[in-house]
Design a protein around this ligand. Structure first.
Ligand code: 5GP
Length: 190
């Protein structure tokens, strides 16, 4: 089905680690292949199953610093001991071609995008409760305890900032959250 013209507005999805942004985005892209998801650069090591150039561009700290210095990133931030950033050129190209762009980034990056890409629609994905979030991060089993603690501390800051966003979706039930996201992004559902 043809996309609604309004979806050419870039969309930023932010929310604490473990809230289920990744699953939400994966389901959204299955249903709307016309959406283009920005692939971030990161200094984090790949998790099992993650592929360079598909899930992230995995870089050394030196290479990441070069990207920052050359202005190659639209935004970047440090998160739980690693750096993450959005490559600028692919975004500019997609926006220039009218392709709907989706960014899945953390709070500091979203704040930077408010300045560099003010037309972007910013959505915060919140968990039903903090306890539930902690459970989800622990169940994922991808991080050591120290990293879990760092992610939880950061999650508290992110949760406190949700009012800065254009809209908030509570990810309690995945299908309802997906429907809400589609509605906010004005995506047609067949
Ligand atoms: P993870 O290590 O779990 O893949 O990601 C950690 C956090 O970094 C998540 O909240 C994710 O949204 C965020 N993130 C991923 N890519 C980027 C990016 O390009 N820029 C920023 N600022 N955050 C990102």
């Amino acid at each position: 089905m043809a996309p609604d013209v309004s979806i050419a507005r870039p969309t930023v999805l932010t929310g604490p680690s473990g809230v289920g942004k990744g699953t939400l985005v994966a389901r959204l892209r299955e249903r709307h292949p016309e959406l283009w998801l920005s692939i971030s650069a990161t200094t984090r090591a790949p998790r099992s199953g993650e592929v360079n150039g598909i899930h992230y561009f995995f870089h050394s700290q030196e290479r990441f610093n070069e990207l920052v210095q050359s202005g190659g990133l639209l935004e970047w931030a440090e998160f739980a001991g690693n750096c993450y950033g959005t490559p600028r050129q692919p975004i500019d190209e997609r926006i220039g071609n009218g392709i709907p762009v989706l960014l899945e980034i953390e709070l500091e990056g979203a704040r930077q995008v408010r300045r560099s890409l003010p037309e972007a629609f910013q959505i915060f994905v919140a968990p039903p409760s903090f306890k539930e979030l902690e459970q989800r991060i622990r169940c994922r089993g991808t991080e050591e305890e120290e990293a879990i603690q760092r992610r939880l501390r950061r999650a508290q800051d992110e949760m406190a900032a949700q009012e800065e966003f254009d809209a908030v979706i509570v990810n309690d039930d995945l299908e309802s959250a997906l429907a809400e996201l589609e509605q906010l992004m004005r995506l047609h559902v067949s």
